[in-house]
Ligand binder design. Structure first.
Ligand SMILES: Nc1nc2c(c(=O)[nH]1)N[C@H]1C(S)=C(S)[C@@H](COP(=O)(O)OP(=O)(O)OC[C@H]3O[C@@H](n4cnc5c(=O)[nH]c(N)nc54)[C@H](O)[C@@H]3O)O[C@H]1N2
Ligand SMILES: Nc1nc2c(c(=O)[nH]1)N[C@H]1C(S)=C(S)[C@@H](COP(=O)(O)OP(=O)(O)OC[C@H]3O[C@@H](n4cnc5c(=O)[nH]c(N)nc54)[C@H](O)[C@@H]3O)O[C@H]1N2
Ligand code: SF4
Ligand SMILES: [Mo]
Length: 737
């Protein structure tokens, strides 16, 4: 037999662990997969195209999907490793029930689902309909998001339904609606390529949206100027033309000062302001005192840098402004977003080629999931649950009398507070791990323990699921057909590659079965996911997020369709507002006055350091999925506290020494990573870990008054070195990030 160029073992690990490698004569190939399925990555809002390789009903590897226009085959470390979660030994294969003192025991589906419906009825009979709440998530497809909204309101009949996007994009959504009447990136990302100036603020693109970096590099290759605004010198900032190291919680002062500079130096687009906007005078009046000197004292950014940023922005002919959670996770998240939009409108650079603005959507279906009605105040098509016309339309689609449609319910954090008050006594959650991802998790844990009944649908036993009475074994992204909407606003097709393993079920079948047991089978019978999508199309018709003209076939034929798409002969809308008709009632884009105000908690002598939290490239959200993928764990096994050398010296903290971080909510111990790339008054902790390694032991539950997003990005802390070294002197790739 000819000598193999690579050992069989190596080939097996290279192409996935589950292929039967059969050595052959000559040059060895691998077993052909049974199928190659074009779908999308299950993680972030980029929704990169990927091809999954399937063998014997298991996902065993992947191949790039070169033709998909956004990522053109590129994937980040999470996308490359994602398939490894499929056959993970921790996968829940059947429903389990918690038996006090004994742990979780497997039960039959019939027992599990009957118990859920019995508990819902019991709790609601004793305490009213709204005493049973639902928490949903936007890693779910559009079909499932839509279904969860309808299920909560029509089958459970509760007003209390909200979703994990409440921790994510709601500040941007509220700001976008106020300014434009519609909540979507104004342009697709190909328009970045020819923008003259790009501002990226509060978005660690290289780590959180790695494949988007490509479009920013393309722009740079074409001569674009790049301005990065972030308390840390994030990877993207290293080759930026300007980096503004903003003090966390002070962005609105920066944007206000930039707006005043543009006005003082005649860098406004008067035609656009006069013809297509409203509210400019009041908005400018609000920042009359915002001099560069004042902004320097508030934001900690040298005034010359602010001037340069305003000059670059003001003198460009084309531009793109992108932001993410860095400016949105604040008790003034909506104001920060409006501050950015004011800069875009003042220069009239929207609704044209290479002139764009947008929040970068976080979760896989962060865009579509926030449009189709599993928010407490929303109905499908981004309709308003308090609007009588909207209520009437959706009640008709769902075949119920309008008065039976519940009113607006509580937001995610408010639900936790209501559980504490004893008003909410039962909970069903799907696709949400609040014990890790909500702020002040000691308070969240106490709430979960107060519930009379809690049922969770997940495919892993998440930290939150451990507090459930019942955990229903649900499905992964690749186990059901559906659609998601990418951060660009492109509706794409998620294709079923495999069936759920063991006795696990698809999320959809679990929800439909529960609805039937609650007596609503007639309103919840669909032949397949496409049938749910077709109902969603009708429910969204005429709403601002209009999907009516989008069909599965059209999505498949075109590798995606951009909404709004109001009729089947409509090609979709990659670039919004080219006709300058905004989606507001008066058709104009609205300026909104923004005054700077302090974060909820500022530093003082007791808690003198600013704490901010966020992400690293190798982990995803609460980590339930990525902490189970060995290679990703290897990149960063535990969260590190990023701290500047001068601040470390002040507290005598050494590299990799364990530091106790305390806030008014709790304490946590984290190994120090001393880096020059962070402000001297600020420390950063990534939040993907649970328990004693959770950043959310420390964060504050103060909400933005409009969007109700928690202030994850700023609170006050103190530091205490413990003299313990868990990883003595060790360095890794992240030391340079
Ligand atoms: N690797 C990875 N990628 C992800 C995710 C993940 O968990 N891991 N999650 C996805 C999701 S759901 C989301 S929402 C996105 C989030 O994507 P990002 O918003 O890019 O991620 P974060 O790390 O939360 O915050 C971004 C930056 O905000 C900065 N920042 C902190 N405070 C301030 C401030 O006051 N002002 C400004 N201007 N900046 C500030 C931080 O230093 C940080 O670099 O990522 C998505 N992609
Ligand atoms: N301190 C701090 N906290 C933060 C943030 C921060 O920057 N700082 N960021 C916030 C942001 S932006 C976000 S988006 C939230 C995210 O917070 P979460 O939404 O709680 O995080 P996930 O890890 O996505 O939790 C989803 C759970 O659903 C499961 N799941 C995933 N896909 C599916 C599916 O298709 N079906 C079913 N049945 N289950 C599924 C996963 O296994 C996981 O257990 O965290 C927020 N928390
Ligand atoms: S950039 Fe986002 S969607 Fe693309 S491969 Fe990475 S995690 Fe997946
Ligand atoms: Mo998010």
């Amino acid at each position: 037999m000819a000598k193999l160029p690579v050992s069989p073992e190596k080939l097996i690990t290279r192409f996935g662990p589950h292929l039967n490698f059969a050595p052959q004569e000559g040059y060895p190939g691998r077993d052909e997969p049974d199928a190659t399925v074009k779908t999308h990555c299950c993680f972030c809002g980029m929704q990169c195209g990927i091809q999954l390789l399937v063998k014997n009903n298991k996902v065993v590897g992947f191949e790039p999907w070169m033709e998909f226009p956004f990522n053109q085959g590129r994937l980040c470390p999470k996308g490359v490793q994602r398939y490894l979660q499929d056959n993970h030994p921790d996968r829940l294969l059947e429903p389990v029930e918690r038996v006090e003192g004994e742990g979780f025991k497997p039960v039959s589906w019939d027992h599990a689902l009957n118990r859920v419906t019995t508990e819902i009825k019991r709790i609601q009979a004793a305490n009213g309909k709204d005493a049973f709440a639902v928490l949903s998530g936007v890693s779910l497809t559009n079909e499932k998001s839509y279904l969860m909204g309808k299920f909560a309101r029509v089958a459970i009949k509760t007003a209390n339904l909200d979703y994990n996007g409440r921790l994510c994009m709601v500040s941007a959504g509220a700001g976008n609606k106020k300014a434009f009447g519609l909540d979507r990136s104004s342009n697709n990302y190909e328009d970045l390529e020819h923008a003259e100036v790009i501002i990226v603020t509060g978005a660690n693109v290289s780590e959180t949206f790695p494949t988007l970096t490509h479009w920013i590099w393309r722009a740079r290759d074409n001569g674009a100027k790049l301005i990065v605004i972030d308390p840390r010198v994030i990877p993207l900032a290293r080759t930026a033309d300007l980096h503004l190291p903003v003090k966390p919680g002070t962005d609105s002062a920066l944007y206000g000062a930039m707006l005043k500079y543009l006005a003082d130096h005649d860098m406004l687009d008067h035609d656009f302001i006069n013809n297509h906007t409203s509210g400019f005078e009041d908005t400018l009046a609000a920042v009359q005192d915002y001099t560069l000197e004042w902004a320097e004292t508030v934001t900690g950014i040298e005034k010359e840098k602010i001037r340069q940023a305003a000059e670059l922005w003001g003198s460009a002919k084309t531009s793109f402004l992108l932001h993410a959670r860095g400016i949105e996770h604040h008790s003034k998240g909506v104001e920060n977003v409006l501050g950015c939009i004011n800069l875009v409108l003042a220069t009239g650079r929207i609704g044209r080629p290479y002139c764009g603005y947008g929040t970068i959507t976080g979760q896989g279906n962060g865009q579509g999931g926030r449009e189709h009605g599993h928010k407490c105040d929303q109905l499908p098509g981004n309709r308003d649950i308090t609007n009588p016309e909207h209520r009437k339309y959706i009640a008709e689609v769902w075949g119920i009398p309008e008065p039976e449609l519940p009113q607006k319910g509580l937001t995610a954090w408010e639900l936790i507070e209501a559980i504490h008050r004893g008003e909410v006594k039962g909970l069903l959650s799907i696709c949400f791990n609040p014990l890790v991802s909500l702020p002040n998790n000691n308070y969240v844990r106490e709430a979960l323990e107060k519930l009379e009944f809690y049922v969770c649908i997940d495919f892993f036993l998440s930290e939150t699921a451990r507090h459930a009475d019942l955990v229903l074994a649900g499905s992964l992204h690749e186990e059901e057909d559906g659609t998601v909407t990418t951060a660009e606003g492109r509706v794409v097709r998620i294709r079923k590659a495999v069936s759920p393993p063991g006795n696990a079920r698809t999320d959809t079948s679990i929800i439909l079965d529960l609805a039937a047991r609650l007596g609503e089978a007639d309103k919840f019978s669909y032949e397949n996911s496409e049938a749910i999508f077709n109902e969603l199309r009708i429910a969204s018709k005429g709403g601002t997020a209009d999907y009516y003209g989008i069909t599965y076939k059209k999505v498949e034929d075109n590798m995606g369709v951009f909404w709004p798409c109001p009729s089947e002969d409509h090609p979709g809308t990659p670039r919004l507002w080219e006709d300058k008709k905004f989606a507001t009632p008066d058709g104009k884009a609205h300026f909104n006055p923004v005054k700077f105000r302090e974060p909820a908690e500022v530093t003082d002598s007791e808690y003198p350091i600013v704490l901010t939290t966020g992400r690293v490239v190798s982990q995803y959200l609460s980590g339930t999925q990525t902490r189970r993928i060995g290679k990703l764990v290897g990149l960063m096994p535990e969260p590190l506290l990023e701290i500047h050398p001068e601040l470390a010296q002040r507290y005598n903290i050494r590299q990799r020494e364990t530091v106790r971080v305390s806030t008014r909510r709790g304490t946590g111990d984290f190994a120090a990573n001393i880096v020059e790339t962070i402000r001297k008054d600020t420390v950063f902790i990534p939040y993907h870990w649970p328990g004693r390694k959770s950043a959310n032991q420390l964060t504050i539950g103060t909400l933005d008054p409009v969007s109700k997003i928690p202030e994850f990005k700023v609170c006050a802390c103190r530091l205490e070195p413990l003299g313990v070294f868990t990883q003595p002197g060790e360095t890794n790739a992240f030391d340079s990030i």
